[in-house]
Design a protein around this ligand. Sequence first.
Ligand SMILES: [Zn+2]
Length: 393
Amino acid sequence: MPTMEILGQQEAIKKLDAELISGTLSHAYMIWGPPGSGRAMLAKGLAVAANCTGRADMPAESLRGLWHCGKCRNCAKLLSDAHPDYAVVRPEGASIGIDEVREMQSRISLRPGESHLKTWVIEDAHAMTEPAQNCLLKVLEEPPGHALIILLLDDEDMVLPTIASRCHSVRLGTVDRATLVDWGQRELGLSAERAATLAALSGGLPGRMARLANDPAYFKLRGEILSTVRGVMWCGDGGKALAASERLMRIFRNPRAEADAADGVEGAEDDDAAESAAGKEGKASRTGKASKASKASANSSEAASIRKPRGACDLIASYMRDALTLSLGGGRDMLINADLADELEQDAGRGQPEQFKRWAERCIDTGEAVDANANVQLALDALMLQFALPMLC
Ligand SMILES: [Zn+2]
C-alpha cells in the first residue's frame, strides 16, 4: 500500500501524520520552502491521505507516511488529477489577483460532491496581491467545515501575518548532498558521477536536481556563458570585454531557444512536475513520474533561468564563489560547479581570493541591478570590464 516519501522531508510528513491520526487536521496549511523542495507533492499527499476511505479500516500504526490505499475512488481520482473536489490556483502572469481568490471563495463554500473535504491548493501563494490576500483572509476566518486550504510558498513571512497565523505552518528544508547522490542513482537512474554533479548544482533541492537531469540545454548554455566569461578574465583588452558582453546579450535575446530544442515536446508543467519527481508514490506512479519530469524539461526552467540576465549573473557568481573556495584551499567536494573542477583549479591558480570575492560580489550586485531595471547592456559591459581589467576597476 502506498506511503509517501518526499526526500528529506520526514519531519513534515510526521507532523501531518500526527494531525491526521489524531483527527486534528486544520482547515488551512502553509507549506513553505524553496521551489523544488516538494511542496506541491506534499500538498497532494495530504489531500489524498485526508480523503482516502481505505484508511478507516487500518490500525493507526499502519497509517504513517500519509498512507493511502491507492484503490478507493478518492485515491484513484486524486492521483490521476481528476477529482472534482480538488483544485489548484496558480499565478497567471506575475500575481494571483482577487478575482481568482473570489472564485475560490464562492466555490469552496459549496459542499464537496464526492469526498468529505474540498481541497484548494494555492501555488506560489506569496504572489497573491494584497486585495487577494484580504479576500482569502475572510475565508480563513470562517472556513467551511469541509474546507482544506493549502498555501504553497517560498517563505512563511511572505504573506500577511493575519493569514500566516490562521494556517498550520509546515516547513520544508533542503536535502544534504550525500542523500541526494544516493537518491539520484536510485530514483533517477543516474551514474554516481552524474548524481554527484547534479546534487552539487541543485543547492539541496531534489526537484531542481530532477529538472537538471532532464535538461541538456542547461549545460550547453552554462558552458557558453562561463566560457565567455573565462575568455575575458585578466585579458587586459577592453574591446574583448565589450564583445563578450554583446555575446551574452545575444543569448538573452533568444528566450525561446530551450523550447525549440525540446524536440517538440510541449511543456508547461514547471515546478509541479519536477516536484513530483522529488517524491515517490509507491511503484504504481513511478512511470508517470518519469514522464512528467521529462515533460517539465521541455519547459527547461533551469536553462531558461540562466538565459535571463539575473540568472546568468547568479551563475557567474557561483563560478567565482567556487574559484574563491579553491583559492582558499577548499576541496573539490565543496564546489557547486563540481563538474568544472579542472577549469576552476586553473582559474583559481591565476588569481587571489580577494579578487574572486570581489568578482562574486560584483556579479550579485549586477544581477540585483538588472532586476531593479538597470540598463542590462551597460551593467554587463561594466561587469565584463571588471573581469578583463581587474587592476583598473
Ligand atoms: Zn484510498
